[in-house]
Ligand binder design. Structure first.
Ligand code: C5P
Length: 215
């Protein structure tokens, strides 16, 4: 059984404001380089979707394809570029990936067909009212925040992407596309360190964590 890691890394990083986000460095190593190195021991090949015109840095052990306008389009381009039986989709923007989580997601994907790392929500949740103030309290019991990596049988994910494309449906992740077609998705306990580097505040957190992580 062949397993491929697919890394969508074609985002522009608008909210961070430092150019293409995957190339932003934390303690001397790019987010993409960190994500690819964390995935490589668990898979047979690593594929990366890059913004058009950019090439892979030498220290990233992977094969590159050109990404799309959206994350969903970038993942579809990656799916079409591999013949692996199982794929592990992981955001370049989540550089701190514990090996145990990658292994558990692959195992669950093999068993169920689809699986994602996720964490039970710890904060109180509220939907804001029209003026932006406190609106409706949402009970957090049973709610999970979805992370990556997400693992899939490639044929299932290709079919889910095809259906979404045909319907013009957009999702922010891949497990959501499987669930939309009625497929089961196993929730695998993720890790707080798998946060996505999105804002300058996240980058500050990543810079604080990197020296400890790299030890
Ligand atoms: O924008 P966001 O932080 O949600 O992006 C999540 C991941 O998807 C990032 O690793 C980003 O590089 C990737 N992405 C992509 N192609 C796009 C937009 C985002 O590969 N068009």
């Amino acid at each position: 059984m062949k397993v491929a890691a697919l890394i969508p890394a074609a985002g522009s990083g608008t909210r961070l404001g430092l150019g293409p986000k995957a190339f932003v460095e934390v303690a001397g190593r790019s987010l993409l380089g960190r994500s690819a190195a964390a995935l490589a021991p668990h898979v047979d090949e690593v594929l990366v979707a890059l913004p058009a015109g950019l090439t892979l840095p030498r220290d990233v052990p992977a094969r590159a394809v050109t990404g799309g306008e959206t994350r969903q389009a970038s993942v579809l381009a990656l799916l079409r570029a591999t013949d692996a039986d199982v794929v592990l989709v992981h955001d370049a923007a989540r550089p701190f990936l514990p090996g145990a989580v990658a292994g558990a997601v692959i195992a669950a994907a093999r068993e169920v067909g689809a699986a994602t790392a996720a964490l039970p929500v710890a904060d109180t949740l509220v939907r804001a009212g029209p003026g932006g103030d406190w609106g409706t309290l949402t009970p957090r019991e049973g709610l999970w925040a979805v992370q990556t990596p997400q693992g899939f049988r490639r044929d299932l994910l290709l079919a889910a992407h095809g259906a979404a494309l045909a319907d013009g449906f957009a999702a922010t992740d891949d497990a959501g596309l499987i669930a939309r077609t009625g497929g089961a998705v196993r929730l695998v306990p993720g890790d707080a360190r798998l946060f996505k580097v999105t804002t300058p505040g996240d980058l500050a957190l990543a810079q604080a964590l990197a020296p400890v992580w790299d030890e």
